[in-house]
Write a protein that binds this ligand. Sequence first.
Ligand SMILES: [Fe+2]
Ligand SMILES: [Fe+2]
Length: 355
Amino acid sequence: MISQPTMDMPVASSKRELDEDPWGSLINYAQRNLENSDRYGESLTAFCRGFKPDYSRYFVPQTMIPFYGTEIWDELNEDQRIFLSQVRYAAIYNRVSSLENLACESNSLFAAQLQKNSSNVLRFYVNRETQEEYDHIWSFRQTSRAIELHHFGEPVFDVPGANFDAQVNIKLFNRIRVAFRFMPKIMVMVTYTIRGLRNAALKTTEEAILQATDMEPNLQKQTRLHFIDEARHTGMSYMVGKSMYEISGRSPLCNLLILQYLKRPQEGGPQSIKKRSYSEPDVRNPVVRPRLLAHPILKSKAERINRFLDSGLAATPIGEDLYSRYLQRCNKNLEYMPEDFRTKANELLLALRTA
Ligand SMILES: [Fe+2]
Ligand SMILES: [Fe+2]
């Protein structure tokens, strides 16, 4: 139980004073966030323990399924589309829960900056937000794992011992941490800003799920609960980034790093052509979507997939190796799946083969 941390909270006498004191405005914002967390915070883990998803429903809206709008889409029947939407949901939230580990990491960096501050409000806030992230991580892993087991009989989105977190997030984070050892405030500022930007992309995805009319209702509620928590976190990420920018003396290095981060998605397309490597673009974002859809790689995507299915060679966007592992895994799992699922899965695999 957390007691209300109001004792040593500085009271701002005017708006001008707030603007001039970055720590003060941050404490003020954290206080409001704590109150909202008390009022609206609901455990996702507790909620998702109480239901089993209805596997006859869509788990994400059709527009979020990667094949949507391609020639392959037209050839899929309703069951196949529903299957793909369910795998998509598991994939998205598996990835979201991995990225949320990064939020816990950046909170620990921020917490290290709080020693000189007299207020407990920020400590309480960082603790609360981290607890909420662990709740999200646990509930989304539970849900995505349940979907993976339902369809494939084993986890498919990460491999124990060589998982996504260890390979990407923490390694990447540790490198940044070493690079910024001597500039901790700038480090906090950069990680919180990047979190804020990433959260904006996640909001777009979750908004699409919330607005869908044909979605599985419990999963939609799970997304709604997450959306409410993240609305608070995104605001706080913005405030922390902004305040640390002031506190670290508006470092030009911050400007440069954030600019580089913002420039990268714009340069992503042409660069991947030069390097001749294919990376799956994020077509969900309404701002980048039109540009990506006009991109030659995406225009030829359906053709590339068809060519791969015909030849069995490495023309696939996911790579021959990954595709053959996928088939292997499917076949292995089908051995101990119930008869009706085996028939359904074989139909789907056959449809992809002959598409
Ligand atoms: Fe979260
Ligand atoms: Fe969050």
